[in-house]
Structure formats: structure tokens, C-alpha cells
Design a protein around this ligand. Structure first.
Ligand SMILES: *[C@@H]1O[C@H](CO)[C@@H](O)[C@H](O)[C@H]1NC(C)=O
Ligand SMILES: *[C@@H]1O[C@H](CO)[C@@H](O)[C@H](O)[C@H]1NC(C)=O
Ligand SMILES: *[C@@H]1O[C@H](CO)[C@@H](O)[C@H](O)[C@H]1NC(C)=O
Length: 369
């Protein structure tokens, strides 16, 4: 029906802008084989009309990397899941288990008692379909797939991997508009969060519903969930020294931050805050916010990381002051990589305390390598 109406409109109007819309709304499918491509690849650096969550590399060579990341953290701050669909080798993203398979999926579980568990699944190829801003993918013979709506209002991730003892569904219903590193999810935006590191954030925050069975035990919870996507044509590990990324929900506020220090000493920053489906800031100006790491019993080298002080200047002159406090280690790859579950509390313009916020955040520190 939709196709018929659009065909009629095109005949009636013959407007080129309309043709563009039609082309962007149609489905595009890309097949990524599990074997690496030899040759140069292109990485998109500027956003298009639509296509926010579609593949951003022309192919996957041994220096490139691309992944689609999903996470959820429970309202009681005890459980979390992260699922990452990679099209990369360890030579492009040095933190995955080295294999010759480009198409792999990593899943990390944090159980309510603090136990963690990680699995890795290999696919024979990835079939990725892009429609509107959203994408869907089947990682063939791995049992893992995701499905996303063209308007980014929802995503579903499904895993059925009996060989690894894991089966389940993870649903995300968005509560916060998508964005790129420096602004809204419009065409023509710079999408590099730092040189050679592309980033799109399809679901900055959502109502998450996680329903899994892991080795015969139930793993289910509801909480705040998130989905983003990174890519680059040069190895990730050659392009960062230090990275702090995190996100969370505090009251009605959905917050995402990122700070990347690169080898030439430059610091790149991104901040995003939304509430009631409205973006209150989406900026890559380093002056829009400050993120201060806090340590107990010493400094970054000698002490224990306990969280952050985060100050954000919103549009319209308001500001948020937020304390992020580490509660649990969700993934311990210290000293190079760590991920934490935390709590958040804060105040708008120094007003009433908003508490009971939840956060998930990570640090890459390659300065010792
Ligand atoms: C992959 O593509 C990038 C970008 O064109 C290029 O710089 C790099 O040398 C390629 N890697 C290999 C191993 O061919
Ligand atoms: C923690 O929970 C997991 C999942 O339910 C269970 O398999 C494990 O035995 C528990 N560990 C301890 C130490 O209780
Ligand atoms: C990063 O690692 C280096 C060397 O291991 C350490 O000296 C430094 O304090 C760490 N920085 C942060 C912010 O954790």
C-alpha cells in the first residue's frame, strides 16, 4: 500500500527531494562474510539521511573494526548484560579473543550475586539490513540476531545458543532521541567521536526488558537499556590512549558522556542529556561539561576509582551536577579495561536532590602498553 501511494506521488510530483526520501526509506542489505577483506576500506565520517545504524564500513579489513553494542542495567543496580555484535578481527579491535572469524558476538552477564560470565559466539556471516535510521541483523549460525525499527523507537536482541547454554530476548523501548557525537541525528553531522572512531547512538536510553536462561538458570530483569555503534578504518587501539564512556538515568534525565584522549595528546569530548523525549544538550564542545574521576586512598595510579563528578551545562541555561558512584565491577580487564555498575544522584540548578539514578560506565587505559 505504502509503495503504491509513493509511486503515485512520484508520478504526480516528480520532486527529486521526494525521491531521496523514498530511496532512504527502502531497505538495504549488506552481507559481511566471516573472512577478512584484503584491501582498503572506506569508513563513513559524515552522517547521511537515515542509515544511522547501518554498516558504516565498505568492508572489513584486518585494520578496521565495527560493532553494534547493547546493554542493560537493572533498576536495583545488581544485574547487567552487554551484547556486542562485532565485524572485526583482534588486529582491528584488540580486546576481542583473537580468531580468524570477522563476525563474532560477545555477551557478558553480571548476576545479582556479583558473579560474572562471558561467552563468545562465531557466525558464518552477518546479514545486516538497514531501513530508515534503524538496522536488523542475523549473525548466521551463531544463534544471535537483532531487529530494530526504522524510527529507532525499539530494538530486540535475540540469542539462541544451546551450545553455550544461553537463550533469551532483550527488548529496548527507547525513551531518548538518537544522536551523533556533536549533535542531533540529522544528515551532514560529523560522526567521528575522535579521529578514526565513528560513533552513532541509536538508543541513548530505553526501558529494557531482559529475559534469558543461562546454563539452566533464569536471568531476567528490567531496567535502563542502551544501544550504540562504533567503527573505524584504522585499529581502535592505535587511536586512543584513554577513554571514559558512560551513561545512565537520573530521574527523567538520560545522560551519555564520552571523553577520548588520543595519541597526539588531544582530548575529545561528547555530552548528551535528554528528558521527556527531548534533547537538552548534544554537544562535542569540551566546555559543555566536566567529568572528574574520583579516587579513594590515592590517585589514578595508586588509589581505587570510586566514580565521577559530572557537571553539565544544558541548553536554555540550566545545569546539572551529578555524582556517579561505583557500586559493582561489571567487567574486570584491569588495568586496560574495566566496566562498572554505579548509582547516580544530582541536582538541577542546585535544587532538590534527585537520587536513585543508575549508570553503566567504562574505562579504556592503554597508556601503560
Ligand atoms: C584497511 O583500510 C584502511 C583504509 O583504507 C587502510 O588504511 C589500511 O591499510 C587497510 N588495511 C589493510 C590491512 O589493508
Ligand atoms: C551466583 O548466581 C549464579 C547465577 O544464578 C549461580 O550460578 C552461582 O552459583 C551463584 N554464585 C554464588 C557464589 O552463589
Ligand atoms: C592509566 O594507566 C597508567 C599506567 O598503567 C596509570 O599510571 C594511570 O594512572 C592510569 N590512568 C587512569 C586515568 O586510570
Amino acid at each position: 500500500m505504502k509503495v503504491l501511494v509513493i509511486t503515485w506521488l512520484l508520478q504526480a510530483l516528480s520532486v527529486s527531494a521526494l525521491r531521496t526520501t523514498v530511496r532512504d526509506d527502502s531497505k538495504q542489505t549488506k552481507i559481511v562474510p566471516s573472512t577478512v577483506f584484503s584491501g582498503n576500506v572506506n569508513a563513513n565520517a559524515v552522517s547521511k539521511h537515515g542509515y544511522l545504524d547501518g554498516p558504516q564500513l565498505s568492508a572489513v579489513n584486518s585494520s578496521s573494526y565495527e560493532w553494534w553494542y547493547f546493554d542493560a542495567v537493572s533498576g536495583d543496580h545488581l544485574s547487567s548484560i552487554t551484547i556486542v555484535f562485532y565485524t572485526a578481527l583482534a588486529s582491528g579491535f584488540g580486546f576481542i579473543t583473537p580468531t580468524t572469524d570477522v563476525t563474532v558476538v560477545g555477551v557478558d552477564f553480571v548476576f545479582p550475586n556479583g558473579t560474572t560470565n562471558s561467552i563468545m559466539l562465531s557466525a558464518s556471516e552477518a546479514v545486516i539490513t538497514t531501513e530508515g535510521q534503524g538496522s536488523s541483523a542475523v549473525f548466521k549460525n551463531s544463534g544471535a540476531r537483532w531487529e530494530g525499527s526504522p524510527d529507532l523507537s525499539w530494538y530486540t536482541v535475540k540469542i539462541n545458543a544451546p551450545g553455550s547454554g544461553v537463550a533469551g530476548t532483550f527488548r529496548l523501548n527507547s525513551v531518548a532521541p538518537a544522536h551523533y557525537s556533536c549533535g542531533k541525528a540529522d544528515a551532514g553531522q560529523l560522526v567521528m567521536v575522535a579521529p578514526n572512531i565513528g560513533w552513532s547512538n541509536a538508543i541513548p536510553d530505553s526501558a529494557g526488558d531482559v529475559d534469558f536462561t543461562v546454563n539452566g538458570e533464569k536471568f531476567n530483569f528490567q531496567g535502563s537499556a542502551y544501544h550504540d555503534h562504533n567503527w573505524g578504518a584504522q585499529p581502535f587501539q592505535d587511536n586512543i590512549v584513554l577513554e571514559h564512556w558512560g551513561r545512565g538515568r537520573l530521574g527523567d534525565y538520560s545522560i551519555v558522556w564520552s571523553i577520548v584522549n588520543v595519541p597526539d595528546g588531544t582530548e575529545y569530548a561528547t555530552i548528551y542529556v535528554a528528558a521527556d523525549q527531548r534533547i537538552l544538550i548534544a554537544s562535542c564542545k569540551t566546555t559543555s561539561f566536566s567529568l572528574t574521576s574520583l579516587y579513594a586512598n590515592g590517585d589514578a595510579t595508586t588509589g581505587t576509582f570510586t566514580g565521577y563528578d559530572l557537571h553539565v551545562d544544558l541548553d536554555q541555561g540550566n545545569s546539572l551536577d551529578i555524582q556517579v558512584t561505583v557500586e559493582h565491577v561489571a567487567f574486570n580487564g584491569a588495568p586496560v579495561y574495566e566496566r562498572w555498575i554505579g548509582s547516580m544522584s544530582g541536582r538541577l540548578n542546585g535544587g532538590e536532590l534527585i537520587s536513585n539514578g543508575v549508570a553503566l560506565f567504562e574505562e579504556f587505559n592503554l597508556s601503560g602498553l
